[in-house]
Design a protein around this ligand. Sequence first.
Ligand code: GLV
Ligand code: GLV
Length: 310
Amino acid sequence: MYRVLVTEKIPFTDYYKDIDFIYKPENMDSHQWLMESINDADGILITLSDRIDSEIIDAAKKLKVISTYSVGYDHIDVKYALSRNIKIGYTPDVLTESTADFIFGLIICIARRICSGYETIISNKWEYRWKPDFMLGHDVYGKTLGILGLGRIGHAVMRRASGFDMNVIYYNRTERDVNGHVGLNELFSRSDFIVITLPLNDETRNIVNKDLISKMKKTAYIINASRGHIVNEDDLYNALLNRDIAGAALDVFDNEPVRADNRFVKLDNVLLTPHMASASYETRRDMANLALKNLELGLHGLNPEKYVNI
Ligand code: GLV
Ligand code: GLV
């Protein structure tokens, strides 16, 4: 029997008869629990809320595989794990389309103020008469969409944009075989919507800062569903507060969870969602299957179906 530590309940584990799944107690801190339990574990099945640092990796004596139920792996000390011959499985592809759907939803909601409209009703602020200048936002169709990071998700967002007759430009460190590549400054100065679909790493941390934000049009929006740390939150907050840009839709933050007393909540030009871009029944089912498949292959000493290789 393989011993596997699991930090969140996931479906389909019954299928794996040679794996003993050991679950983290609900009220226990994951770092502490992993430190105490990882000594003789063969594998761990984690999420992006579980930080796997060198301390945890050092405490593991038999660990063969880290399987993360996420496409991002910035919560794992990848270099160190790989140097210890520990395989790392993750879940790309299966969440691409649902994440792109959600990003497109954020674009439309922030530009056309759909959530503000709902908020207006539930807070009883809808006045009796229909007014020509009530709840005005900006159009989405025909506008310029700027994609920062043209990976799988960026491509999927790009495909959706063509149905809205958008002009799509993108910046990627290495130019892709797709029309529309521009420099970073140009991406920010020309776009009406900047969508961030970059992975978080040393090169992308804080890449969106006041220098770039100051290039944006006053009528432009930022949409981030990747990782909070890619954007300098202070710089973004100041730009929103001063109305240097039209707004931002954020699914990810420096510190999650975000509470109602967060400074962004007091702004009227933001849309905030709780890190849910891949949260569809279908996608979470596929992520569970892939994470388990990755885990099983790693336990058997093989490369996971989708593995991190830097
Ligand atoms: C979500 O943010 C993921 O990395 O899967
Ligand atoms: C993320 O998975 C991406 O490649 O866009």
